[in-house]
Ligand binder design. Structure first.
Ligand SMILES: Nc1nc2c(c(=O)[nH]1)N[C@H]1C(S)=C(S)[C@@H](COP(=O)(O)O)O[C@H]1N2
Ligand SMILES: [Mo]
Length: 201
């Protein structure tokens, strides 16, 4: 019967939401801003997005070129390592698959690089196959600078520090190399469902 829901008998006052990874709470309508440094503001006429490998640019898009790429809308839950999760966030942008399509590479990993120097590392298979996007729109509006505008990476299946704000570069590599937070002891992969917060988790 309806009263016998998940969580009953586990000492919870209400059923645990199975969208919530271990140790996380639902932040509700809030959307915290978490930035290491000041918010960069690069004028769009000087903005480019680049895919690099071994010091070469494999592809570069101006703002107009980026905006003309095939677009996708996604609705996903996001999970920050500081323990807030936010359900049903709506974004629009370009799949990383679209950006990498046809590029000559045998890379296994990627380092996302941002204005301001932030970096984060990802296995290539985690940003391909429809699992990651470069987004410029949040909840139907242009992405605000505080949340990473003009564009940020969105990798919703990993902790949100992997979703680099103010994204400018995708650097392809044949090895894994820690990014900013990973160097400071965060987990190299960061799966919220396995609670991979810190190295060793
Ligand atoms: N460039 C850049 N990207 C970043 C960060 C940052 O400080 N700089 N913080 C990361 C962390 S720890 C989180 S939780 C999310 C926060 O995104 P939000 O501020 O839009 O909530 O961005 C991630 N991407
Ligand atoms: Mo975070």
């Amino acid at each position: 019967m309806a009263m016998l829901s998940r969580g009953f008998g586990r000492g919870r006052s209400r059923p645990h939401d199975d969208r919530l990874p271990p140790g996380q709470y639902d932040v509700g309508d809030g959307f915290p801003v978490l930035s290491v440094g000041p918010t960069p503001r690069t004028p769009l006429d000087r903005w480019t997005l680049e895919v690099q490998e071994g010091g070469d640019a494999l592809a570069t898009w101006t703002w107009e070129e980026f905006r003309a790429l095939p677009r996708e809308a996604v609705e996903v839950d996001i999970h920050c390592v500081t323990k807030w999760s936010k359900f049903g966030t709506r974004w629009e942008g370009v799949a990383v698959d679209t950006l990498l399509a046809g590029l000559p590479t045998t890379a296994t990993h990627l380092l996302a690089g941002s204005d301001g120097g932030y970096t984060t590392n990802l296995p290539l298979e985690d940003v391909t196959g429809g699992r990651a996007w470069v987004v410029d729109t949040y909840a139907g509006e242009p992405l605000t600078p505080e949340h990473g505008g003009p564009v940020r990476l969105l990798v919703p299946h990993l902790y949100f520090w992997k979703s680099a704000k103010w994204l400018r570069r995708l650097t392809l590599r044949n090895h894994d190399e820690p990014g900013f937070w990973e160097t400071f002891g965060y987990h190299t992969y960061g799966d919220p469902w396995r609670e991979q917060r810190y190295s060793g988790d």
